[in-house]
Ligand binder design. Structure first.
Ligand code: SF4
Length: 420
């Protein structure tokens, strides 16, 4: 029994859910009738995530080389040969935790690999805007306890983050007004979502956020502003306004939308208090980015090249590199479940993933190593969507699989020329 269990009792130990970047830590999980049962929430995303794990049976998957089962030692040796032979490897997916990220960085430096997570384009909408002009961001706890006006820009996050409204205090007795700024062409928000007021606008999100920024700054915009002028007045009247947006729902060039949101927040902060709340970076993406930034001073899409660190936020886009055949080997990491799935590419692949991938990655030129899932089969840490909060993950059971960090450390040691 762990120290936590001795204080709470096994069934009541808080569990941190690793299946989306809200990292809810108020619910508990029990093994019931051969399955993990979530208590305290009816979140579909967490339930379907838990359904991929068996509380009783040990995972049957073994490492494979070209579809043939082997032991871990042989798989690591083959992986080391694969990376040593590559002139430009790509490390993608990057679905792991802090320990996995810390072990990945030295391997990326040794091999000159380019690292870009699944959903890298979404991550970089916010990062590029942050690099250009900075941003005021807030935490989920501040939103819940201090915000009196929450504006969701473009989409209602609860469709992808089922506990989002509850985390903001909506429907929980909180006093905040909750507004969804949504294009008229979009599917209307579910009217059954109590407490959500929809402010429609004609045009796209680029127009809407630029227009709202102009209204908030007090510029004359004429009749085109429509309901946005009234929304600007409400933002000024709020004591603490929060503008939330989902990075994965922004269109190409979404950094321009994030810049407009950051401009609105900056203008409001001249007289009152406001902040943005980016939602995204799940499956380890923002965690990897945080770790790489503290280790190197630069975010993902950076390569340790012979001339030093090269940061190329556009050129080092994994999808573009694969489409251009600009890389000759792929290391794919997906320890949280069926997403992000390894792409089907005509390249030698090394996949570190949930055992569920074993059947999908069978075939030539693929080495597969099943790994443990942080928060299910092993402990770990992930950064929450609000960036400054690092959440500990508790293992529900020891699944006996190696962690991503274990495998990567051994792989780095197995590279030719590694120090003993
Ligand atoms: S909202 Fe996200 S973190 Fe919270 S329980 Fe659902 S999947 Fe897990």
């Amino acid at each position: 029994m762990t120290a936590l269990e001795s204080s709470f009792g096994p069934a009541e130990v808080p569990w941190t859910c690793p299946f989306c970047p809200l990292l809810c830590d108020r619910f508990s999980v029990d093994a019931e009738a051969g399955a993990w049962a979530l208590t305290g929430s009816d979140c579909d995303r967490a339930r379907s995530g838990l359904a991929r794990f068996d509380p009783a049976a040990a995972p049957a998957a073994r490492p494979q080389i070209d579809g043939v089962a082997c032991d871990l030692e042989a798989a690591i040796a083959a992986a080391a040969r694969l990376l040593a032979a590559s002139r430009q490897p790509l490390f993608g997916g990057l679905g792991t935790d802090v320990a996995g990220a810390r072990a990945l960085y030295p391997l990326a430096c040794r091999t000159g690999a380019i690292c870009d997570p699944a959903g890298g384009a979404a991550l970089f909408h916010g990062l590029r805007a942050l690099q250009d002009r900075g941003a005021f961001t807030t935490t989920l706890a501040e939103v819940r306890t201090r915000a009196d006006l929450i504006v969701c820009v473009g989409s209602l996050p609860s469709a992808r983050y089922p506990e989002f409204l509850r985390r903001c205090g909506i429907g929980q007795g909180g006093a905040a007004q909750f507004v969804l700024l949504q294009p008229t062409a979009a599917t209307p928000a579910d009217p059954a979502v109590a407490g959500v007021e929809v402010v429609p606008f004609a045009g796209d999100l680029f127009d809407a956020t630029a227009m709202l920024a102009a209204c908030v700054a007090g510029r004359a915009v004429g009749d085109a502003a429509g309901a946005l002028e009234a929304l600007a007045a409400r933002l000024h009247a709020a004591r603490y306004a929060v503008l939330a947006y989902e990075t994965s729902q922004l269109p190409a060039q979404g950094a321009l939308i994030v810049e407009a949101i950051n401009r609105i927040v900056s203008t409001l902060n001249l007289r009152t208090r406001a902040a943005s709340l980016p939602l995204g970076g799940g499956d380890g993406a923002s965690t990897l980015n945080a770790v790489f930034t503290w280790l190197s001073g630069l975010p993902l899409r950076t390569r340790a090249a012979p001339i030093g660190l090269e940061h190329e936020p556009l050129r080092f886009d994994a999808d573009r590199l694969l489409a251009d055949r600009a890389v000759d080997a792929l290391l794919w990491i997906a320890s949280f479940g069926t997403e992000p799935a390894p792409p089907t590419v005509d390249l030698p692949r090394l996949v570190l993933g949930h055992p569920i991938f074993a059947a999908a990655v069978q075939g030539s030129a693929t080495i597969f190593i099943p790994v443990s899932t942080p928060g299910i089969g092993s402990a770990g840490h992930l950064f929450r969507t609000d960036g400054s909060v690092l959440m500990p993950l508790r293992a529900l059971r020891d699944d006996g699989l190696p962690t991503v960090a274990d495998v990567l450390r051994r792989l780095t040691q197995a590279l030719p020329g590694a120090a003993a």
